[in-house]
Design a protein around this ligand. Sequence first.
Ligand code: TYD
Length: 154
Amino acid sequence: MNQTIKFKVRNSGLIRLKCFKDLPDGNLFIAESARQIPFDIKRVYFINTLANPKAIRGKHAHRKLEQVLICVSGSFVLHLDDGRHKQHIRLNDSACGIRVGPLLWHTMSSFSYDCVILVLASEWFDESDYIRDHDVFLQAAARGQRPRSSRTAR
Ligand code: TYD
């Protein structure tokens, strides 16, 4: 993964984990709230068994949830869309994660057979925070991206 990625989409960014390289006795990676991770971690989940070459995950955005995705083994491609800009990032470095913040449509694909994705999330699971329809996402993203000065005065 290119550690100097230029992020075109909003609410994203590179997260560098704390790392102790102890080779040949292994590496140690650390993610702590308010240090490497820009939110309090309330939930952790991971995704494995991604050997199906046609597997596609994600295809949604969140209204408020903050997440950091870390590819702890193998590689995959993360596609990000903020409603205005799109970019894709190949994750293959367990020393770094990618922030996936609110109103960022994300899709994951092209998983290597050994891919394991660790996700750190700011909230407990809440289906009502998901936007699973791309048209609804585009409307929400357009509202979210409107400059403050052009919002209707109250
Ligand atoms: P989803 O977030 O859509 O998976 P992905 O983005 O990896 O494709 O979740 C798939 C299913 O799992 C969905 O029915 C909701 C459920 N789920 C939980 O119950 N709790 C969780 O913390 C997560 C992430 C998903």
